[in-house]
Design a protein around this ligand. Structure first.
Ligand code: 5GP
Length: 187
């Protein structure tokens, strides 16, 4: 059986990335989500083992020392990492796997897995992004400010990705993303 496709999606937080990823998985049953570990506190509604593995900083560092992450990075004061074992098991089964990770992690994946498909999801505008972060109501104004600074840095490196999709309309963005995957898999 041939191995699944590794797909990376990066986007500034608040860009609607999880909505796009979930809608994409709904239309592509062969596509699975890689659950990251993070030291960030869960937001309301987030489930441990589904959205993330929520771990202490100490536990995270132990995982780093045991080389359990394919990549890991610090994003706005919290650590995030992609567990290697679960990811490789899914790929070996022929499943496609999507990593929702920041640009630092994406560049580590590009080095380690050069055949990964790298996609950047771009907000239609910074005003729109700020509005979404405020409306989401899940972060303090201080955190929102830091996330907007991070977003500007991230958008600056978007051209290093294989594809940039503008999230001006979720359905359209999902269709575009899905046809890119088909093209890359020669379906
Ligand atoms: P949030 O705290 O909003 O869930 O995520 C913040 C940022 O961390 C997002 O850009 C998200 O894609 C990224 N992220 C989530 N999991 C990982 C991971 O395992 N590795 C890296 N490098 N970034 C991650």
């Amino acid at each position: 059986m041939s191995k699944g496709k590794l797909i990376v999606i990066s986007a500034p937080s608040g860009c609607g990335k999880s909505t796009v990823v979930h809608a994409l998985m709904d239309i592509r049953p062969n596509l699975k989500f890689s659950i990251s570990a993070t030291t960030r506190a869960p937001r309301i509604g987030e489930v441990d083992g589904k959205d993330y593995f929520f771990v202490s900083r100490e536990k995270f560092m132990e995982m780093v020392e045991r080389d359990e992450f394919l990549e890991h990075a610090i994003y706005v004061d919290n650590c995030y990492g992609t567990p290697r074992k679960a990811l490789d098991e899914m790929l070996d089964k022929g499943l496609d796997v999507i990593l929702d990770i920041d640009v630092q992690g994406a560049f580590q994946i590009r080095e380690k897995r050069p055949d990964a498909l790298m996609v950047f999801l771009m907000p239609p505008s910074f005003d729109d992004l700020e509005k979404r972060l405020i409306l989401r109501g899940k972060d303090s104004l201080e955190v929102i400010k830091n996330r907007l600074i991070a977003a500007q840095e991230e958008c600056r490196v978007a051209d290093k990705f294989d594809y940039v999709i503008v999230n001006d309309d979720v359905d359209r963005a999902v269709r575009e993303f899905s046809s890119i995957i088909d093209k890359e898999k020669n379906i």
